[in-house]
Ligand binder design. Structure first.
Ligand code: MRU
Length: 338
């Protein structure tokens, strides 16, 4: 079952597993025009920082496939897709890479598709390397807590934080994964639980507000989460609720790990305060999954991400190695000159 799939040749289309319908229904969305891809990203049919980068790269191919002036159409597609969500920098990174190719003398429609395929393949490789670097950091038993969804659905392959968990299990560790349900859109309950069940990894679903109690009870030995954008000082934006988990972990002396590819770092941003935080429709809080859960007309505030300061992060696991301590010079040393 593929979360993201290109169907056909350079004038084909993008098929996305519709993550809004999981776990109840396995349904696909075929995107034949750029607005279909933009809508799929905005509506979270495809979501997770690396996955939206891959989907956007294919979205540029969708755009370029629609006329003789394909280069110009491709550029317009990249610009529109770049703006579909504001926080995960992998989206901008992938669109900019496609734009650079469109502007180069090597640009052909076939090359464009090959570039999107390459972004996808590199992404899979990065996730595999992250998983192997991160696995030794996990405990052999006890509990590991995770927030939101960072598995194959969120990355188009393998996963980041969930990849670390899976690789650790593969090497013989036997901890329980405590999965925050991740209000308001329940990526943990709907998607992470679904992926862990398929992988045969022991897990328990908890409400977000239970993490503190579990830590106090000694049930959590490590936390591992993904990231949407990491500033050059290591401050990390991830799904709303991550910061609270990091504060709790620090209080209880539990290591808090972030797992993310180098494409999630935004070295142009000095600190987390400069990371744009997406605000989503308040109805996601008041009318979750079609049912009204608050009095009509109530005002609600719905930021989709928060920022965990670098000082609360024990280490960041990347495909190039583990960043520990989380400081700018160490980030530069591990990531290299990019
Ligand atoms: O709003 P979402 O579902 O796209 O948010 C996803 C997350 O916050 C993930 O933790 C993050 O993108 C890392 S995915 C490997």
């Amino acid at each position: 079952m593929k979360a993201i799939e290109w169907i056909g040749d350079g004038s084909g289309f993008l098929r996305l597993l519709d993550q809004t319908r999981l776990p109840g229904e396995v349904a696909y969305r075929d995107c034949r025009e750029v607005p279909d891809v933009v809508a799929a990203i905005r509506e979270l049919a495809v979501r997770g920082a690396p996955a939206i980068g891959v989907a956007a790269a294919y979205g540029v191919v969708v755009g370029a496939g629609q006329g003789a002036d394909w280069q110009d159409l491709g550029r317009k597609a990249a610009v529109a897709l770049r703006q579909s969500r504001p926080t995960a920098v992998n989206l901008m990174w992938a669109c900019d890479r496609m734009l650079r190719l469109l502007d180069s003398p090597d640009a052909t429609r076939d090359r464009l598709l090959r570039e999107a395929d390459l972004i996808r393949a590199e992404n899979a490789e990065m996730c595999r390397a992250i998983s192997l670097h991160g696995a030794p950091l996990m405990p052999m038993s006890g509990g590991v807590l995770t927030h939101c969804n960072t598995g194959p659905l969120a990355t188009a392959d393998f996963g980041t934080a969930l990849g670390v968990i899976a690789a650790s299990w593969e090497s013989g560790a036997r901890f329980t994964v405590f999965v925050d349900e991740t209000r308001p859109l329940l990526q943990g309950a709907r998607l992470t639980v679904w992926e862990l069940a398929q992988a045969g990894i022991d897990h328990s679903l908890i409400c977000d507000n239970m993490a503190g109690l579990l830590m106090q009870q000694g049930k959590v030995q490590a936390v591992v989460v993904g990231a949407d954008r990491i500033a050059r000082n290591g401050d990390t934006a991830n799904k709303i609720g991550t910061y609270s988990v990091a504060v709790l972990a620090r209080y209880h002396g539990i290591p808090f790990y972030v797992a993310a590819p180098s494409t999630t770092f935004d070295m142009g941003i000095g600190a987390g305060t400069d990371i744009p935080i997406e605000e989503r429709d308040p109805r996601e809080i008041t009318h979750g999954f079609g049912r009204s859960t608050a009095p009509a007309g109530v005002r609600a505030y719905n930021p989709a991400f928060d920022v965990t300061p670098a000082g609360l992060i024990t280490a960041i696991v990347t495909e190039r190695g583990v960043i520990d301590p989380v400081k700018e010079d160490k980030i530069r040393a591990v990531l290299g000159g990019d």
